[in-house]
Design a binder for this molecule. Sequence first.
Ligand SMILES: *Cc1c(COP(=O)(O)O)cnc(C)c1O
Length: 409
Amino acid sequence: MERTELADRDADDPLAALRDGFELPSGVVYLDGNSLGALQTAVRERVARVVGDEWGRGLIRSWNDAGWVRLPARVAARLAPLVGAAADELVVTDSTSVDLFKALVAARRLRPDRRVILTDDRNFPTDRYVAEGVAALLPDTEVVAVPPEGIAARLGPDVAVLTLTHVDYRSGRMADAAELTAAAHDAGAVTVWDLSHSAGAVPVDLTGWRADLAVGCTYKYLNGGPGAPAYLFAAARHHDALRTPIQGWFGAARPFGFAGAYTPAADARRFAAGTPPVLSLAALDAALAVWEEVDPAAVFRRAQALTDTFVTLVDERLAGLGVEVVSPRDAGVRGAQVSLRHPDADAVMQALIARGVIGDVRPPDLLRFGFAPLYVRSVDVWDAVEALREVLVTRAHEDPAHRLPREVV
Ligand SMILES: *Cc1c(COP(=O)(O)O)cnc(C)c1O
């Protein structure tokens, strides 16, 4: 493969213009959109307007006049097609961790006679921690964590909830969510999926999967901005039976009825708790607008093409240089990321970042590269591999300048 071939591919790509909406610094190859999505000009402008005009001049009137009070529902409606849900099955609020807590408690209560919350032992730390916290809080509840291959065999009459992350944050491996959900249902359990590394990168069809509950993050492939609110999905068939453990006024049927007694909203909004985070919801609303102009299936095909190109170039250009592809080689079971193993991963990444190629690491030895399909180009893939090649060939990572401790990796 040659760089010119990839440049031609970019020139022919009908989605190439999407990148123009993003403000990527020049000289940077950004392959960390799976941790923090890039800024769009439309988001910058929207946030400036919301702060200056709506808050600054509109003050409290903006809850009505600028539609702040309807913002959560508006964002849910924009997100719904990306995850295969109806708008009233989503609420956009709080963090993924907090939404997962609410979802797990509610799911466990749907199966009061069963004591196990089943997960896999490679699940993202917050998912494990939150599940343990839920088990400590609820009577007679236990977390069982088994290797991913052992999930189907462990499903049984004691399992109340199966909770898994759809795309593994380290390997990028994508689970067969429809199959695992069906297996959970056959065993009488309900499912709580974490879609943090999925929505915006790979097809998600919560309705088609028959998913029960799900959560996900919006600051990764959905570009909502640092700490953007997460979403919680609750299938319509469960709405009446689901109870949130945080019965706040914004999840009540009529928040501004100021009723003395709590009546939950009829739909997934019952999982809202407090006042919506207007600034970050406005940023997310603007960030999601881009999906209305594109066919998500085409975007997902582009993600697969980018990761395929990366794997091919790693094989061709980095053979014998000490890196190993950890992610699945089959794009059909891979998210929009590829991880490489290298024993000195953190220093290699620091050397890469010094060369303008930004990825991240997951200890102890993974270099992680995300290929956000809305703005990463094929030539970026080439340039990243060449920069990595140069680091490895010159052993630049051995320079003490690339061995500095970092709080966030
Ligand atoms: C990124 C991510 C989260 C983030 O949780 P926050 O509460 O938003 O910090 C949770 N779960 C998974 C699987 C993630 O990848």
